[in-house]
Each structure stands twice: as structure tokens, then as C-alpha cells.
Design a protein around this ligand. Structure first.
Ligand code: HSE
Length: 321
């Protein structure tokens, strides 16, 4: 029973958006990292940020606004407060486990964790899907655009395909059980707002044809467990070529992944993390090492790496007070 709770802490996972074939509509949750947000009740109906730390509890460096009207974790809370006409407010402590500008859905994770924690304090909590519009406000504050491809899997878990933004509709796609994701994050920052600005507004018809074939082939491959079809389809003909220069040695890192048997490799969200899909734990280790080596040798960048299945689990409440 949530009535009377003083506070709650929620965790929201890192996510890979776009997945090469579904710019702004496709994404999946991973077990790599995540953000934690503690929300406690305040007397006045307003939102305050108490602190922002890293996941070890140290103060988080500059780069995240403390002003609740500009912070991705809190803009959704203010809208929730207003829409539900709540007579109490929220005090928020954010613990960032996802590096800023990493392409792993950090802004979505903060927004979603804050909403899931706050939702636990409501007398009549909303269904997870109904938190979507509020979480999207956080994404808008972060990148200037409403894109649901991180928020949907972050909130709901799994591999999600958003088929409509308004009204929000989304399908959870099956993932062949062998699939593992390799993630390699060079310690650099890419600003999503800037990475969106550099995209051309128009897509040549020939690229549209190739891209729709890739998306359709990928979805069909997921439904039929056809790894070869996924291998043929996991390609981005539109966005990746325009953003590749944002990531040092992207071409070499991708080639290293494919040479070691990855089904496909591309940019995670707006980067600089690069993800690869592989079909066995052995392939995952080979691909991970060769991507790390390529980043180091050709890009001169230290990198962090993870291997994770597509996580079934979206954001969840960790504890209630
Ligand atoms: N679809 C978004 C983009 C994801 O690529 O700009 C950002 O994480």
C-alpha cells in the first residue's frame, strides 16, 4: 500500500536506442549500469533537487543542472505534480550510474527513475505506460526533442518498438535467446542535442528503401529466431553514416566487431558508445576485446565495456520508506 509512504528509491537501467534500424523508435534495456533516484515527500507542492552524486556517493561533476525546471529528472515530476494536483511536493536525490553523454540513455534513466519513485508515493499510482508522457518531458529538456526510444525500454524493459508517440503505443519484440550485447564506451561525451542537429532533415528515397528493408528484416528475424536474417538486417543506412565522425575510430571499431563474428554493430543512441549484437558468450568476449583494442589503437581512447543480455526488466522501486 503506497498511501502514507515518506519516500521511495527507484532504479532505471541504461538503454541502447536506435539499434541501427529504428532511429527514434527502437531501443532495449541492458544490465550495464543505471541511475538511482530517491524521492521523498515535501510539505509544499514543488520539486527540489537535494543532491546529485555518482553511484559511489561522491558529488557529481558539473554538467547537470540543479534547477528543477531544467533537470531531466525533475521536469516530469513537476508536470506530474501539476496534473495530479498533488498537495505535497518532492525532494529528489539523484545518483548517476550512467556517464553523461555516453549514448546509454542517462537522461531517460534519471527521468524514469524519478517518476517511478514518485509514483510509489501517490495514493493512486499510475500504470507504467502512463508515466511515459512525463518521462518524455525529461528527454525534451535534455536533447530538445521528444524521442521515446530510450524512455520506453527504460520504463518497460525488453526490446521495444514505439509505433505511435501520441497516443503512445509500443510493442515489445521477442529477442532470440542467444543474443548478447557488447557495449564499448570510449570515455568521451557526445551531446545528443548537437548530434541531432547535424542530421540532414531529408532522407534520399534509395536510403529510405534500404532502411525500411533493414527494419522489417530485423523485426522479422526477431520474431522467427532467424539470426542470419538479423545479421543481414542490422544496418543503418541513414543516421550512422552522418554521425560516425563523432566517434574516434568508429569504422575500425565496427570492423573489429564484425571480423570477430558480431551480427551487427552500430552507434548506441547518439554515441559515443558502440554496441554489437553477438550470438554466444565466447563471441561476446572476442568482440569486446577486439573493439576495445581498436578504440585504443586507432582512436587513442580508453574505454569501458560490458556484455549484457537484452534485459527483461525496466525501472523498479528498490525500497520504500
Ligand atoms: N534517437 C535518439 C538519437 C537517441 O539518436 O538522437 C538519443 O539517445
Amino acid at each position: 500500500m503506497s498511501l502514507g509512504l515518506r519516500g521511495a528509491t527507484a532504479f532505471a537501467p541504461a538503454t541502447v536506442a536506435n539499434v541501427a534500424v529504428g532511429f527514434d523508435i527502437l531501443g532495449f534495456a541492458v544490465e550495464a549500469a543505471g541511475d538511482r533516484v530517491r524521492v521523498t515527500r515535501a510539505k509544499e507542492p514543488s520539486v527540489t533537487i537535494l543532491e546529485i552524486t555518482d553511484d559511489a556517493g561522491a558529488p557529481f561533476g558539473p554538467g547537470i543542472p540543479l534547477d528543477p525546471s531544467r533537470n531531466t529528472a525533475t521536469v516530469g515530476l513537476s508536470a506530474l505534480l501539476e496534473e495530479r494536483r498533488l498537495d505535497f511536493g518532492f525532494e529528489v536525490s539523484i545518483s548517476k550510474g550512467i556517464a553523461l553523454g555516453s549514448g546509454l540513455g542517462g537522461s531517460a534513466a534519471s527521468a524514469v527513475a524519478a517518476l517511478v519513485a514518485a509514483n510509489a508515493l501517490l495514493e493512486r499510482p499510475l500504470a507504467a505506460e502512463d508515466l511515459m508522457p512525463f518521462a518524455l518531458l525529461g528527454e525534451q529538456a535534455a536533447s530538445g526533442a521528444i524521442h521515446p526510444d530510450n524512455v520506453a525500454p527504460c520504463l518497460l524493459g525488453g526490446l521495444t518498438l514505439v509505433t505511435s508517440l501520441s497516443p503512445f503505443r509500443c510493442v515489445r519484440l521477442p529477442v532470440p535467446r542467444e543474443i548478447l550485447t557488447v557495449l564499448v564506451h570510449p570515455r568521451l561525451r557526445v551531446d545528443t542535442r548537437g548530434a541531432r542537429r547535424l542530421l540532414r532533415a531529408e532522407v534520399p528515397l534509395a536510403d529510405l528503401v534500404k532502411q525500411t528493408a533493414s527494419l522489417a528484416g530485423f523485426v522479422a528475424g526477431c520474431y522467427t529466431d532467424d539470426l542470419e536474417l538479423i545479421r543481414q538486417s542490422l544496418r543503418d543506412h541513414v543516421v550512422e553514416p552522418q554521425r560516425a565522425t563523432l566517434i574516434p575510430a568508429f569504422a575500425e571499431v565496427k570492423a573489429a566487431a564484425l571480423a570477430e563474428g558480431a551480427l551487427g554493430a552500430s552507434i548506441s543512441g547518439s554515441g559515443p558508445t558502440v554496441f554489437a549484437w553477438v550470438a554466444s558468450p565466447e563471441a561476446a568476449e572476442r568482440v569486446r576485446h577486439s573493439m576495445l583494442r581498436a578504440f585504443m589503437e586507432h582512436g587513442g581512447a580508453e574505454a569501458d565495456s560490458w556484455v549484457s543480455p537484452v534485459s527483461e526488466h525496466g525501472a523498479r522501486v528498490l525500497n520504500e520508506e
